[in-house]
Design a protein around this ligand. Sequence first.
Ligand SMILES: *Cc1c(COP(=O)(O)O)cnc(C)c1O
Length: 467
Amino acid sequence: MTLQLSGTALELPCIGEGAMAPADIELMLAALRQALTRPRGKLAAPQEAEQITLAAERAVGQSICEAGIGLPQALDLYASLLSQQGVPTDHPGYLAYIGASPTPAAALMDGLLSASGMIGSGWLGGAGLIWAENQALRWLADLAGLPAAAMGCFVSGGTAGNFSALVAARHRYRERGGMGAGLLLVAEGAHSSIIVSARLLDLHVVIVASDDLGRLTATALAHTLSALQVEGRLDEVVAVVAVAGSTNAGHIDDLLGIGQIARQQGIWFHVDAAYGGAFLCVPGVREKFSGIELADSLIIDPHKGLFVPYDCCALLYAKPGAVTAAFTQDASYLEQINESRQCNPMHYAFHLSRRARGVPLWFSLAVHGSAAYRQTLERILELSACLRERITRHPRLQLIQASGLSVILFRREGWQARDYDAWAQGCLSDGIALVVSSSWQGETVMRICIMNTRLDQQRCDELLAGL
Ligand SMILES: *Cc1c(COP(=O)(O)O)cnc(C)c1O
C-alpha cells in the first residue's frame, strides 16, 4: 500500500467516505440551535436501559455497526431519543442536588473548543486557550482575594479539585519531613469527595465538632489542635478543610477564624467552595466568605454556579510554584514541557491530557461581563429568599435555617422519610420538579437548591400545593 499525501484544502472527511458532508454540518448546527432554544417543558424520569435499547433498535437497528448509520440517522437518534432521557440540570424545576445552567455562549464555545484540535496540558499545545483559562482563574482568584501569584488550573469537577488540592497538601507535609500517614481535619458535614480523597491518599480523617448550624468554627478547631498537641501529634496534621457553601445546607464555615489558626500553626488551609464560590460575586454576601483569602488551595465549580457546561472546576493555589513537583510526570517525551517556564496546567493537578475546559467560562464572562453574573446570582439569592418566606408563612412547613445561600432546608410537620419520598415522586411524575429529600441532624427533611432564575410563581405554587 502506498501512502498518498492529500493536497486538498478543505479536507473534511477524516474517517469514512463523506464522513462530514457540508449538509451534515448544517444538520449539526441546526440541532445545536434547537438544543439551545429548546422549551423547558415537562420533566420526566428516564426510562430503563432495556426500553432505551428497544426504542433505539426500532429506530436504527444497531447504532454501532460495520458500515455506520450515517450522520442524519445518528443525530436523529440523539435528538429524538437520547437527549430526552434524563432530567436536564438547567430546567426551572431542577431543584435537587445542585443544578447548572450554561449560558448559550458558554455552551457554544464548549463545542468550538472541541473543534479547535488543541490540548490544554501545556503551553506549547494550547497557549492561547490556556491564556484564556488563566484570565478566568485570575478573575476568580481576585474575587477570593488570593495573592497576585495565585494560579492553578481547571479540572473535571470538585471531586478532582479537592483530591488534587489534598495531594498538594500532603506533598508539602512530606517535604517538611512528615513520615506518618498524616491527619486531615474536617467537619462532620465535609463533602463526600473530601472523605473519598482522604481514603485514596490514606490520610486519617479527624472530625472536628461543628456548631448548631453545622459550621466548623475556630473554637472547635483550636480544641482539636490542642488535643492533638497533648497526644504529641500536632506535626502529623496535613491540612484543615473548610467549606464555603456546603452542598447539603449552603452554610459557610468560619473561614477567617480557621484560616488564621491554620496560618499561625503552619497548617495547609483548603477551602471547598465548589458550590458557594460563585456567590463571591455578590457584594451582599461577600462578607460571609471573609477569610477565604487565607486559603492555600481553593476550589470553585463553575459548572454549578457560573453558568458553564459540565465539567469544570477551578483549582487555585496561593503558591502554585510549590505544588508542581507533586504532579509533574516524568517521561522522556515530556522533558521539554517539564523544563519550560511557561504555564503548564498539567503540573497543577492529577491529570495529563486535558481539554481547556475553562475556556467557556472565560468566553461567557467576556461576552456578558461580570455585572451580568453578579445580577443573575443576586436574583438566584432573591428567589431563594422568596421561597424561604413562603415556607415560613406556610401553616404546615418549618424552615430549618434562615440562610444557606440558595439551599433551602425545611420540614413538613408530621412527615416521615416515606412521605417526603412520595411527595418527591409525585412532583416528578406530574412533571413539576425534581426534588430529593436529605437529612439534617439525623432527621429526614426536604432540600431544595435553586441554581437558575427560571423558577416562577406558578411552579412554586404547584410545588407547595402538594405539601
Ligand atoms: C459539588 C461539590 C463537590 C464535588 O464536585 P463535583 O464537581 O460534583 O465533583 C465538592 N464539594 C462541594 C461543597 C460540592 O458542592
